[in-house]
Write a protein that binds this ligand. Structure first.
Ligand code: S3P
Length: 178
């Protein structure tokens, strides 16, 4: 059964911190696609971008998605660009329930700038980032559920995700009982 919870969203949405909290609350394992790539490559994400380039990183994401098929019952946080390719949203939905952590772009941008080295932000203006965000939104929007993170901390977001997952499950079982 493909019963993972898959978190998607732009950089700064809090996928890692919320994912960790969710996994703890649900008693599940937590997996990050970025960590899978770092472990496989033996290099950090900024190092991979710097030495091998973005295309190489995206190919590594393809491999990570294939490996995710082996995961069951896990909470999975994806890199911000991973869902944004043709066919990818459907591939992620096949793994379980996909949750988009959405939010106000300026808040996401500020958070992303403040936390850790993010190669996709390097050398890009605020307008470039907005264009990137707009090009990605239609992919994120194909998630099963959306939780708006604006103004909320990771614990509060995790609580909202749990709530939406529960009502999603209830609706699904009501549909099958009909
Ligand atoms: C990326 C987001 C990063 C990481 C890589 C590329 C992107 O993950 O996968 O730097 O293209 O948006 P986070 O969303 O966790 O920052």
């Amino acid at each position: 059964m493909n019963d993972n919870v898959v978190l998607v969203g732009f950089m700064g949405a809090g996928k890692s911190s919320v994912g960790r909290i969710l996994a703890r609350r649900l008693g599940r394992c937590f997996v990050e696609t970025d960590d899978m790539i770092v472990a496989r490559e033996g290099a950090s994400i900024p190092e991979i971008f710097a030495t091998k380039g973005e295309a190489y990183f995206r190919a590594a994401e393809d491999e990570a998605v294939k490996l995710l098929a082996l995961k069951h019952g896990d909470v999975i946080a994806t890199g911000g660009g991973l869902p944004c390719r043709e066919g990818r949203p459907a591939a992620l939905r096949a793994l379980g329930t996909v949750v988009w952590l959405s939010g106000d772009l300026d808040v996401l941008y500020r958070r992303a700038l403040g936390a850790g080295a993010r190669p996709m932000l390097a050398g890009r203006s605020r307008d470039d980032i907005e264009a990137l965000y707009r090009s990605r939104e239609p992919f994120y929007a194909q998630a099963d559920l959306t939780v708006d993170t604006t103004g909320l901390g990771p614990d509060q977001v995790a609580a909202r995700v749990l709530q939406s997952l529960r009502s999603h499950e209830q609706n699904a079982s009501a549909r099958t009982a009909r």
